[in-house]
Design a protein around this ligand. Structure first.
Ligand SMILES: [Zn+2]
Length: 235
C-alpha cells in the first residue's frame, strides 16, 4: 500500500513541478495599467505628456533645458501630431541616454475605448512608426489620451507588446489658475516612494517650468532619486 502511494507521488510530483514552472514562466494574461514603480526604494519617475490637440504645440523649452542641463532622467509620452511638428527636437532628445520617448497615440482620441480593435491598433502602430522614424528606437510604453481605457482597449494595446503607464496622481498643471507655489506644494505633498509624476511639456503645463526646479530640489533633499521607467518597471 505504502509503495503504491509512494509510486503515485513519484509520478505526481514532477507533473506539479512542471505545472508550477509553466505558471511562473508564462507572462500574465493581462497586466494592468502601471501607476507606481515596481522597484523598492525612494525612487520617483518624471513623466511628461507631449500632445497636440487644437492649436500647434511645441516643447516647453523652460522645462526641457532645465532637465537636460541637470541631466535628470525623464520620460516623454509623445502624440503623433506633436511628433510631426517637433521632429528635429525629438531627434535631438534621442541622443540623451536619460531621456525616454514613448507612445501617446497618433491622434490623441480622448476615448480610445470607443474605437474598435483595428482603430486602436492603428492609433498605436502609426505613432510607433512615426516615433521610430524620428528617434530610431521603438517605444515600449503607452499612455492612453486622457487616461481613458477599458479592459478591451488595454488588452489590444498590451497585445502589441506595450506596457501601459499612467501616473500616481494628477499634478493638474494644465490648470491655468494654478500658481507655481500651489503646484509645488501639491506635488510634494502627494509624492511617495515609487510615484510616477505627470506634467505637461507641450506648453500646457502653465506653472511647470517655474515650479520644477524647486520640486526636484525638494525631492532630492528628501533623498529621492529620479529614474527612467525602463530601470524601474519589472517586465
Ligand atoms: Zn495627452
Amino acid at each position: 500500500m505504502m509503495i503504491r502511494k509512494c509510486g503515485r507521488r513519484v509520478f505526481v510530483m514532477p507533473v506539479l513541478i512542471l505545472l508550477a514552472c509553466i505558471i511562473v514562466s508564462s507572462p500574465p494574461v493581462s497586466a494592468e495599467v502601471v501607476t507606481r514603480l515596481a522597484l523598492p526604494g525612494r525612487i520617483v519617475a518624471l513623466t511628461f505628456d507631449a500632445c497636440e490637440t487644437k492649436t500647434p504645440s511645441y516643447f516647453d523649452e523652460s522645462i526641457l533645458s532645465y532637465l537636460l542641463r541637470e541631466k535628470i532622467p525623464f520620460t516623454v509620452f509623445v502624440g503623433g501630431k506633436f511628433a510631426r511638428r517637433n521632429k528635429v527636437r525629438l531627434a535631438e532628445l534621442a541622443g540623451y541616454d536619460f531621456v525616454e520617448i514613448e507612445n501617446h497615440s497618433m491622434n490623441h482620441e480622448l476615448h480610445m475605448e470607443r474605437l474598435n480593435d483595428t482603430e486602436i491598433m492603428r492609433e498605436v502602430k502609426d505613432n510607433e512608426g512615426l516615433i521610430q522614424d524620428i528617434i530610431k528606437r521603438t517605444p515600449h510604453y503607452f499612455r492612453f489620451p486622457g487616461g481613458n481605457f477599458d479592459a478591451r482597449s488595454l488588452r489590444v494595446v498590451e497585445d502589441l507588446g506595450y506596457e501601459v503607464v499612467h501616473w500616481s496622481f494628477a499634478a493638474g498643471d494644465d490648470n491655468r489658475d494654478l500658481t507655481p507655489e500651489e503646484l509645488t506644494l501639491w506635488v510634494l505633498s502627494k509624492t511617495k516612494p515609487g510615484s510616477i509624476l505627470i506634467f505637461h511639456i507641450n506648453g500646457r503645463g502653465y506653472a511647470t517650468g517655474r515650479a520644477l526646479p524647486g520640486i526636484v530640489d525638494a525631492l532630492r533633499k528628501k533623498h529621492f532619486t529620479f529614474v527612467n521607467l525602463t530601470h524601474a518597471l519589472a517586465k
